[in-house]
Design a protein around this ligand. Structure first.
Ligand SMILES: NC(=O)c1ccc[n+]([C@@H]2O[C@H](COP(=O)([O-])OP(=O)(O)OC[C@H]3O[C@@H](n4cnc5c(N)ncnc54)[C@H](OP(=O)(O)O)[C@@H]3O)[C@@H](O)[C@H]2O)c1
Length: 243
């Protein structure tokens, strides 16, 4: 992968940081976006550089249409090209239907759906043959195991449609689009010692949380040379949550 460039949105922590580091270990130069954690983002960049690759942290709020698009263009400009986009940013606003405000609806759709669409559109503009668009969905996109997930599930299931449509739209140019559905993964968003963790672990066949590295490995497969004939696919990395 030496000489190839990846952009991971939300790469300062959690699944995004693990993915950025795994792609760097596989030989990619890696740009990442963040919105609040400048120091954490810069630390990931230092670790990417420690692996001998170029790294770039870009402050870009996916909720802002201009920033979501500009981050892609900036990464491609600064690192010289773009081969892989990992649409990792996502927020979880969970809770009873009656408690969700219009602002909640707009924010979740802006970050989880519109930002992903705009980043993918901008990436498609600069990617060449062999480009890969990889989006992080969720095991809740297709099967919602309990109440409180209306906004999150709605937004993430939209990404399945987007992924399949992108695969059709961009296949003729040799660009693939795939989506990874993580199960419960131990991150700040969903800590394995959180109040709802035991129930989530029980819903998996393996009976445990996954790690950010386990999701990053699947993204690395989709970004790498073994996945040249894989597009429009959904890959569950969920410990058997959907089994
Ligand atoms: N953890 C799970 O159990 C799980 C399960 C299924 C799917 N997922 C999905 O996996 C993805 C990553 O989740 P995670 O658990 O790693 O999340 P996380 O621990 O909350 O990390 C989120 C990352 O995204 C960045 N970010 C948040 N809002 C942003 C915005 N508006 N614009 C730009 N960057 C933003 C954060 O940066 P700052 O700190 O700088 O804001 C951080 O780097 C999400 O799409 C999530 O829905 C997670």
């Amino acid at each position: 992968m030496n000489g190839k460039v990846a952009l991971v949105t939300g790469g300062s922590r959690g699944i995004g940081a693990a993915t950025a580091l795994r792609l760097a270990a596989d030989g990619f130069d890696v740009a990442l976006t963040y919105v609040q954690g400048k120091e954490a983002a810069e630390d990931v960049v230092r670790r990417i550089e420690g692996l001998g690759r170029r790294g770039l942290a870009v402050r870009a709020d996916s909720a802002d249409a201009g920033e979501a698009t500009d981050a892609v263009t900036l990464a491609a400009d600064r690192l010289g090209r773009l081969d892989v986009l990992v649409n990792n940013v996502g927020i979880g606003v969970l809770g009873p239907l009656e408690g969700l405000s219009l602002a909640d609806v707009d924010r979740v759709l802006a970050v989880n759906v519109r930002g992903v669409f705009l980043a993918s559109q901008a990436a498609a503009e600069v990617m060449g043959e062999g480009g890969r668009i990889i989006t992080i969905g969720t095991c809740m996109a297709k099967r919602v195991p309990g109440p409180g997930g209306t906004l999150y599930a709605m937004s993430k299931s939209a990404l399945i449609g987007l992924t399949k449509a992108l695969a059709r739209e961009l296949g003729g140019r040799g660009i693939s689009a795939n989506i990874v559905h993580p199960g419960p993964i131990d991150t700040d968003m969903n800590p394995a010692d959180g109040p709802y963790a035991a129930g989530q672990a029980q819903m998996t066949a393996l009976g445990r949380y996954g790690t950010a590295d386990e999701v990053a490995a699947a993204v690395a497969y989709l970004a790498g040379p073994a996945a040249t004939y894989v597009t429009g696919a959904e890959l569950a990395v969920d410990g058997g949550h959907a089994a």
